[in-house]
Write a protein that binds this ligand. Structure first.
Ligand code: TYM
Length: 340
């Protein structure tokens, strides 16, 4: 078993509830690719999480495969690292049940994502959506992973996972689950909707105009950026001038992340001008980044059996790590181990 005091295993996940967006890419996937160089990484397409809201069964399987293809096209290396669909490794659901019994209702009641997703019709939300954070804690802790690269919106869930790890260790008087370190990186840890600077860009937003999909073609990207909501003032020359201008801040953050420049440098170059020229430069930058990813995704999807083979192998490697850790958690809880 791994020694969590010295280990730096990375785990992260993404829901196959649609095509990945620019928010997923800049907030998470791009950082996953960078972490691969000097970490052991486990990346999971979380289909168990996706069904906490309704998914068409025929589409879910296809979207899971498409998400895996997108991740590989973005630069995830499925030979060096582990990439797999969550449902293929039973340990996630098994450990999540134990965590449901460790988590307190009071903790779950504070989760803002449940409130956002359930909306006004709370009584009609699935029970799975409510206990979603326990499953997320199990995803990470089944691997004794300690570093979790995510966008800003997942911060509260990771605090919840740390609370579960601590309470489990306390209740069973062990030092078994390690503390988790959230890695929230770069100037685009929270990419906002192109239509509303107060709303997060999301793959499940009903308006396609609100987001850039990693599969959008050059014309679509240019059009969405041209139509992106802005304000009537010119761009400021310094970041302080973005105060109270969420749409402008969002576009500058996206530009800075893509160009790998601090926002100061972006504004030093583009400040003082209207949005027209800036949007054109931004669209160009986006297309330069996304066109090769879209082309590679299409190429990979031409051979679905090859993707499935990669995922099957990833699931076997994932289970080899998660199964013994989960079995040990079950032993600590006091389940009768019958062996065999
Ligand atoms: P999901 O599928 O909503 O998003 C996947 C990753 O993309 C990040 N992200 C964003 N980052 C910046 N701006 C945005 N607009 C934006 N939208 C999404 C998310 O923060 C996330 O890192 N609960 C998770 C999936 C999950 C998971 C896990 C993550 C399940 N188990 C264990 C880490 C560890 C989710 O719904 O991500």
């Amino acid at each position: 078993m791994t020694d969590h005091r010295t280990h730096r295993r990375v785990f992260s996940g993404i829901q196959p509830s649609g095509v990945p967006t620019l928010g997923n890419y800049l907030g998470a996937i791009r950082n996953w690719v960078r972490l691969q160089d000097d970490h052991e990484c486990i990346f999971c397409v979380v289909d168990l999480h996706a069904i906490t809201v309704w998914q068409e069964p025929r589409q879910l399987a296809a979207q899971t495969r498409e998400m895996a293809a997108s991740l590989i096209a973005c630069g995830i290396d499925p030979a060096g690292q582990i990439l797999f669909p969550q449902s293929a490794v039973r340990a996630h659901a098994q450990l999540a049940w134990i965590f449901n019994c460790v988590a307190r209702l009071g903790w779950l009641n504070r989760m803002t994502q449940f409130k956002d997703k359930a909306g006004k019709d709370r009584e009609n939300a699935s029970a799975g959506l409510y206990v979603y954070p326990s499953l997320m804690a199990a995803d990470i802790l089944a691997y004794h992973a300690t570093r979790v690269p995510v966008g800003d919106d997942q911060k509260q869930h990771l605090e919840f996972a740390n609370d579960i790890a601590q309470k489990f260790n306390h209740d069973y008087d062990v030092d078994f689950f390690p503390p988790i370190e959230p890695l929230i990186m770069g100037p685009a840890a929270r990419v906002m909707s192109l239509r509303d600077g107060a709303k997060k860009m999301s793959k499940s937003d009903p308006s396609d105009q609100s987001r850039i999909n990693l599969t959008d073609d050059a014309d679509t990207v240019a059009l969405k950026i041209r139509r992106a909501k802005t304000d009537p003032h010119p761009l400021p020359s310094e970041p302080a001038g973005l105060e109270g201008r969420p749409e402008a801040r969002n576009l500058v953050g996206i530009y800075a992340a893509l160009a790998d420049l601090p926002p100061e440098t972006v504004l030093a170059e583009h400040g003082g001008k209207g949005f027209g020229a800036f949007k054109e430069a931004l669209a160009e930058l986006l297309v330069a980044h996304l066109a090769p990813i879209a082309a590679e995704t299409r190429r990979l999807l031409a051979d679905p059996a090859a993707i499935d083979a990669v995922l099957r192998q990833g699931a076997a490697r994932a289970a080899a790590i998660a199964d013994p850790i989960t079995a040990e958690a079950e032993r600590l809880v006091g389940f009768l181990a019958l062996g065999g």
